[in-house]
Design a binder for this molecule. Structure first.
Ligand code: PA5
Length: 450
């Protein structure tokens, strides 16, 4: 099995806006030191660096418990597994499940379908989900580290009642799994009272770094995927980016250095690019990871994403010729799982016979290479992250790679990559507008403003 490759060759140039090789070399010492700070827990937010050694610490017994729980849930012959959570308690599972599933899994009738709730407050979304669940066999997993987040708490309040109405209290209890803090929060209290199967989110792992905890592993295992291979991939990348691996070979240090060097050159936006629709939510997960970790104190690259080649017919124009404040990081999947050959056509009206006998992925790869060259010509530096195929092992590597580089990147701009004080502002206003008890002053102040 291959290791992820990082190709920075299209991000370098002696001219401005790209990385100058001399400057890149100056990152050796700081990135190695910051990697050590993550491991030694001597950097900012070190209480939340439990994810650094997590791949090595996941025990065989724990994985067996997750697998057995998934087996018990699947044995109920459910059509739908509803995973309730938001942010870090949602995106990792969604990203991995989507990346590993058939593009048309829901329509093919693969069981169970993994659906999500509590990741928005849309009344229509919830109403339509409830409607769908009425005639389906289903179970649910509610995930919240704090146990108090409004969106999932609201969704769970409603879906729990639906489940109890459909199956009766006792059977409903056996269909609910809770993933939350070891001791505190409303969800923990409820899970104890109702005797739900409960898994703990370690104290020292924050939401967006929690895919390899029960937060991600339960939904991924219920979906039928191999969580051991996922963890093994992460372990491989943990070794490949360890403090003993010098900058010249350490792709997490190099990626963090490249992003920072480009940021310093005025590239304020990093676009994560994929050429596989299954990777759409990997990009959503990545945006949360980097956006929430770096975007603070008036600093940080803005993480954006596009799905190519679809978005080449929309955002491609801006990327080629708009404001020159972008660089791209392309996730390139070396081998597709399937083969579709382009046939010969007698009339050849579309003039595509020159491609007859080639497979579709060959065209996709040429689109990828052609786009990279065009964008570099348009002053958009390109970084490539190459993975062998879309499987659990490679995704495990990819997840850990991005996490490790994110920790180092946050330290490079001197922010705490493990807190998210900024997300409290909307909550305060929302509670004030909803007239939550305890927010009377804020309610008055906001009402005076609107
Ligand atoms: O990364 C984070 O910490 C956040 O995105 C949280 O995961 C998100 O706000 C959900 O929090 P909780 O799991 O406490 O419900």
């Amino acid at each position: 099995m291959k290791q992820i490759k990082l190709d920075l060759s299209k991000a370098f140039s002696k001219t401005g806006g790209f990385i100058s090789p001399d400057i890149f070399d100056t990152y050796k010492q700081p990135t190695e030191q910051l990697n050590t700070a993550l491991h030694k827990k001597s950097g900012r937010g070190s209480d939340y660096t439990g994810w650094v050694n997590l791949p090595y610490e996941i025990s065989n017994e724990f994985l067996t418990e997750v697998e057995n729980t998934a087996k018990t849930i699947r044995a109920k012959n459910i059509d739908i597994y509803v995973v309730i959570g938001i942010g870090g308690s949602y995106l990792g599972a969604k990203a991995v499940v989507d990346a590993l599933s058939n593009n048309f899994a829901h329509l093919k009738g693969d069981k169970p379908s993994i659906l999500f709730a509590g990741q928005n407050i849309s009344e229509d979304y919830l109403a339509e989900l409830r409607d769908l669940l009425k005639n389906k066999e289903w179970a649910t997993c509610v995930i919240s580290k704090s146990g108090t987040t409004t969106e999932p708490a609201l969704a769970f309040r409603i879906l729990k009642q639906d489940l109890e109405e459909k199956y009766g209290k006792a059977e409903a209890q056996s269909r609910i799994c809770a993933v939350t803090d070891a001791s505190k929060g409303a969800l923990k209290t409820l899970a104890n009272e109702e005797n739900y199967k409960t898994f703990v989110i370690p104290d020292n792992v924050g939401g967006r770094y929690s895919v390899l905890t029960p937060v991600g592993l339960i939904p991924i295992a219920v979906a039928g995927f191999n969580i051991r291979a996922l963890v093994n991939g992460a372990k491989e990348m943990a070794s490949a980016t360890n403090t003993s691996v010098p900058f010249e070979k350490n792709i997490a240090c190099q990626y963090a250095a490249a992003r920072h060097a480009l940021y310093t050159e005025g590239k304020k936006i990093e676009i994560l690019v994929n050429y596989q629709p299954k990777l759409h939510y990997i990009a959503e997960w990545w945006k949360q990871l980097y956006g929430e970790s770096e975007g603070k104190d008036g600093k940080g690259l803005f993480p954006a994403s596009v799905d190519f080649s679809s978005d080449l017919h929309s955002m491609g124009q801006y990327i080629q010729e708009g404001e020159r404040l972008l660089f791209e990081t392309v996730i390139s999947v070396e081998k597709p799982d399937n083969k579709v050959l382009i046939p010969e056509d007698t009339d050849n009206l579309d003039k595509l016979n020159f491609l007859a006998g080639k497979n579709i992925d060959y065209v996709n790869k040429m689109a990828e290479l052609g786009t990279q060259i065009a964008h570099v010509d348009g002053d958009v530096p390109n970084i490539k992250v190459e993975i062998e195929r879309l499987d659990e092992y490679n995704l495990g590597q990819l997840i850990y790679f991005f996490e490790k580089a994110c920790g180092i990147s946050g330290y490079l701009i001197n922010v705490n990559p493990f807190d998210q004080p900024g997300v409290e502002a909307y909550k305060k206003n929302m509670f004030a507008l909803l007239e939550k008890p305890g927010f009377e002053n804020e309610t008055k102040m906001l009402k005076d403003r609107i």
